[in-house]
Design a protein around this ligand. Structure first.
Ligand SMILES: Nc1ncnc2c1ncn2[C@@H]1O[C@H](COP(=O)(O)OP(=O)(O)O)[C@@H](O)[C@H]1O
Ligand SMILES: CC(C)(COP(=O)(O)O)[C@@H](O)C(=O)NCCC(=O)O
Length: 306
């Protein structure tokens, strides 16, 4: 880890939390309620100490991006079009990407009051189960070959040029791509979250990173991530009990031991392999690495120096 992160400034939580604190107004009751509605386990202390300074850092990157785009416009003698600021968030399955993304979306919307903040998850760019089955790679869902990366890059390119774009949606409940697409209205800020956001197309000609103005990797030990995966699996099964259309409904008659064995197996054979081979190796493409402890509290932050 340490040589891989040679170009990062390692910042302890204690130092990080004091970097920008004085300039940040405290959260209001309504803002706190909104955060709890994402996930009532999120620590308010973490929001104040870690995520609000992170929003301040993003503000610096956003200002730099618009200054550069203005200066490029002067050089080219062309009026610079307003490009959305795109943030990529990656990390293992079950590390907390979507929770971090939703929290950041809310905090950014509160901080940039006149801006719209969109959120897209890249699971919508998984090939539908029918195609995965035809290619005999259904068991490889989440691995690089299971995503239509060319489509994802086309989407990012259209969004960068200020267009509204329709994209497919993945449902964890159905375990497949839904028949209806969703419209992403051209936002001022877009968060793109997924295990594959720092990967390239299969022919390695295009990197999604090129579209990001800021990027975050959510990190934790494998043991902790596995525990969060198993806990989330149990919750999914609980929710599926009453819903016969839910993909997980078929497993709700299994005993607790059988369920645990199945979830452990999927973790070990699919998600852990994917983490080691394809997700973690992209960690050093992120501007910021947020490392969480066993209770999801951020204990270390790495910021890219150059
Ligand atoms: N900051 C957090 N505080 C408390 N629980 C969290 C936090 N982030 C994630 N979790 C929990 O960890 C599990 C995985 O999080 P999730 O955001 O669904 O992961 P991912 O999108 O990476 O698959 C979920 O059960 C979620 O409730
Ligand atoms: C659809 C996913 C690849 C996406 O990962 P996520 O964005 O939810 O972290 C993953 O949730 C998944 O379904 N993996 C396949 C193995 C499993 O059922 O966990």
């Amino acid at each position: 880890m340490e040589t891989e992160l040679i170009n990062y400034e390692k910042i302890t939580r204690h130092i990080w939390q004091n970097l920008y604190k004085k300039t940040i107004p405290p959260l209001t009751e309504t803002e706190l309620d909104n955060i709890k509605s994402i996930n009532d386990e999120i620590s308010v202390q973490d929001v104040n100490d870690v995520y609000l300074p992170l929003v301040q850092l993003i503000r610096i990157y956003k200002k730099t991006m618009s200054d550069l785009s203005f200066s490029k416009g002067l050089f080219l003698q062309k009026i610079a079009e307003n490009q959305p600021f795109i943030i990529g968030i990656s990390g293992s399955v079950a590390v907390g990407k979507s929770t971090t993304a939703r929290l950041l979306q809310l905090l950014l919307a509160q901080s940039f009051k006149t801006s719209t903040v969109g959120l897209v998850t890249t699971d919508g760019f998984l090939y539908p189960n029918q195609i995965l089955t035809e290619q005999n790679i259904l068991h490889r869902k989440g691995f690089p070959e299971s995503y239509d990366m060319e489509s994802l890059i086309r989407f990012l390119s259209e969004i960068k040029s200020g267009k509204d774009v329709e994209i497919p949606v993945y449902s964890h409940e159905i375990y497949d791509i839904l028949p209806e697409k969703t419209l992403v209205k051209s936002p001022d800020i877009l968060i793109v979250e997924g295990i594959n956001v720092f990967q390239s197309t299969l022919n390695k000609r295009l990197y999604i990173n090129d579209f990001f103005d800021f990027s975050i990797y959510v990190d934790a030990t494998e043991t902790n991530i596995e525990r969060w995966y198993l806990e989330r699996f149990k919750t999914l099964l609980e929710l599926a009990k009453k819903d016969s259309n839910n993909y997980y409904h078929q497993f709700t008659t299994l005993s607790a031991d059988e369920v645990l064995k199945m979830a452990r197996d999927t973790w070990k054979k699919v998600n852990l392999v994917n983490l080691r081979e394809f997700i973690e190796p992209t960690r050093s493409r992120a501007e910021v690495i947020l490392h969480k402890d066993k209770r999801h509290k951020v204990d270390k932050i790495y910021l890219k120096k150059y």
